[in-house]
Design a protein around this ligand. Sequence first.
Ligand code: SAH
Length: 523
Amino acid sequence: MTTPDPSEPLVALVGAGPGDPGLLTRRAAELLAAADLILYDQLVPRRILDLANPAAEAVCVRDLPTQPGDKYPLIYGRMIDAAKAGRRVVRLKGGDPLVFGRGGEEAEALRDSGVPYEIVPGVTAALAAAAYLDLPLTHRNHTSAVALITGHELPNKPGTKLDWPTLARFPGLLVIYMGMARLPVIVAELVKHGKPADTPAVICERASTGQMRSVSTTLAELEGVRRAAGLEAPGLILIGEAAGHRHPVSWFEARPLFGRRVLVTRPRHQAEGMMRAFERLGAVPFSLPTLEIHPPADPAPLDAALAKLRQPDGGFDWLVFTSANGVHAVVRRLAHLGRDLRDLGRVKLAAIGPKTAAALREYHLTADVVPIAFIAESLVESLREHVAGKRVLLARANRGRDHLPVELAKIAAVEQVTAYDQVDAVDPEAEAFAALRRGEIEFITLSSSNAARALLARFDDTMRGRVERGEMKLVAISPETGRVIRELGYPVAAEAGVYTVDGLIEAVRRLAADEVISDPSSR
Ligand code: SAH
């Protein structure tokens, strides 16, 4: 994150792009991460808000108090008041703020009240639909012009600003925003003014996300084909020669998990990487954090252990971390106590798995040993030669498997300390949980035994039935997590071969591919 420059404006009109968080500009991401107030349009993809400063106040403009007439003065008022109070404001709009987003009017209101602002462009829906459908917007041989058109205005009604006779003759591709509800009138108007009925046409709903759906047809057939396919707003209508040159299956539709719905159960602060990985694979990921990490309710034992760590004698020889959370918790606690990493200088460090070792590296610490398999049993084996007869401090969660300390205690003098508390955090009111309850999620990834316990404790009989019938599939990060799931009476659809988040993602991918091959008619 960049440090804000005091001369920078406090208000930014920001394009959120069409849906895929990967299409956010770097400037938009910087501003979101630093914002105090985010005023977002209803159409803004909710995933984009995951990238905002968690402490920011996020308000959907739809939820501003209602008043007769135009809502916009209310939005202006909120922006202006917040900026005058010194808060950093992001006014977030779907796509680009200046393409059918009333960004121009909002900028004018800010100018009028003397509030400085900046404007950050976004990927507008037309560009997203073209790229994700593999449909060139322009082409040297047949399309030299593109028109962005609002379909919101009723054609053939007095007061329309659109000149349909001219649009019907437009020598290029027509891209119509907000036109789904008025599609029959739009088609009739274009045909009436001479647009050939067999002009190629495409409709694209939710471009750039795993929920993208589209149809290809001709101008005359558009409404019938739309209705048969059940496409609804928000969608984009593309009419013209270029629409006939679309690749039948785009690169995005060919992604291995295109359209498949996946649940991510990691804690909120750790979910983003997995969410992005699934998005890049074409999936529709849902985040439902099952666990939260808190500082230990009673930090006294951790403080005492840390004090012992820095003693030249009577302290410890090894400090063993069982998770990245443990590493961050210890370093944070040291900082809280006014100490620093030098306090760890007397001990050797062990990290259970590559993610834990990577967390140490974030603080320029190198693990002295990183066991290759990522379960407690093999950790003991790889530690044996190092720690036998030594004094070991094990920094762990308030709850965890007892296998590691028990086994370690057979070969070394082990002291355990709670570095952080792990708390069940499934929110039954969350949108992801509602989707789960409605049976709308196909793959449920369980990234730890405690995640599995926390989530499955919330399942009712209907949900259990869906898992038993294979409609919802539980995918476990390791055999140990698989064992816990079976113990709770649920079938496991797949277990990761490598016990990491990447291994878990790979397991979903393989499961999805297998099913396509074994029973292509099942969907
Ligand atoms: N400022 C936005 C457009 C706002 S008008 C932009 O630049 O994209 C809202 C209309 O945009 C919707 O009715 C729909 O026609 C279109 N739209 C927005 N996002 C879309 C998406 N992901 N896929 C298809 N159409 C989209």
